[in-house]
Design a protein around this ligand. Structure first.
Ligand code: HEM
Length: 138
């Protein structure tokens, strides 16, 4: 069985989950800093885990359809590595940062990492937005 005919639908699922993930993280981070306890609710956390699972499963299916893989194609290697950075910074921002200052910097770093991953995805270039900046200043 080939999944290729479903590429557009799976891509839409991936990008939809990416949009929800980024928006939810931004709202949770702001809520955490503002001290809104409601955003720490278990239901919000479980929804977030479920959505991130959809994001990752769709990502894996997409790599299988286009036959490009992390550790083989640099832009996908960078995406996976930065996904790990995003997860660690996100955990510090929402849970593990000991002071408000540490949590705030981790939050900004996580959002910047997320934006950079999107630029790597759209350009399919491991340098993402940096390649575009370099081209403009050359
Ligand atoms: C937070 C993490 C991620 C973000 C923000 C993200 C974002 C995106 C976006 C915006 C696109 C659409 C690009 C476009 O159509 O122009 C995309 C496509 C894609 N992503 Fe992700 N992604 C993430 C994680 C991953 C991971 C971990 C993998 C691989 C293991 C992956 C594999 C792919 C593939 C294969 C495509 C399809 C590229 C194509 O159109 O041929 N993504 N991603």
């Amino acid at each position: 069985m080939t999944l290729a005919p479903w590429f557009a639908e799976i891509l839409a699922l991936h990008v939809g989950a990416v949009t929800i993930s980024g928006t939810l993280f931004a709202v949770r981070g702001i809520g955490r800093m503002a001290g809104w306890r409601r955003f720490d609710h278990a239901a919000v956390r479980y929804f977030s885990y479920a959505n991130d699972t959809v994001l990752l499963v769709a990502a894996i299916l997409l790599t299988m359809i286009i036959h490009e893989y992390p550790l083989v194609n640099a832009w996908l290697t960078v995406k996976v590595m930065l996904l790990a950075v995003y997860i660690v910074l996100g955990a510090i921002a929402l849970h593990h940062g000991r002071t408000g200052r540490i949590r705030a910097w981790a939050f900004v770093g996580a959002l910047a990492t997320f934006a950079f991953i999107v630029s790597v995805a759209v350009t399919q270039n491991p340098w993402g937005a940096l390649a575009w900046l370099a081209a403009r200043t050359a």
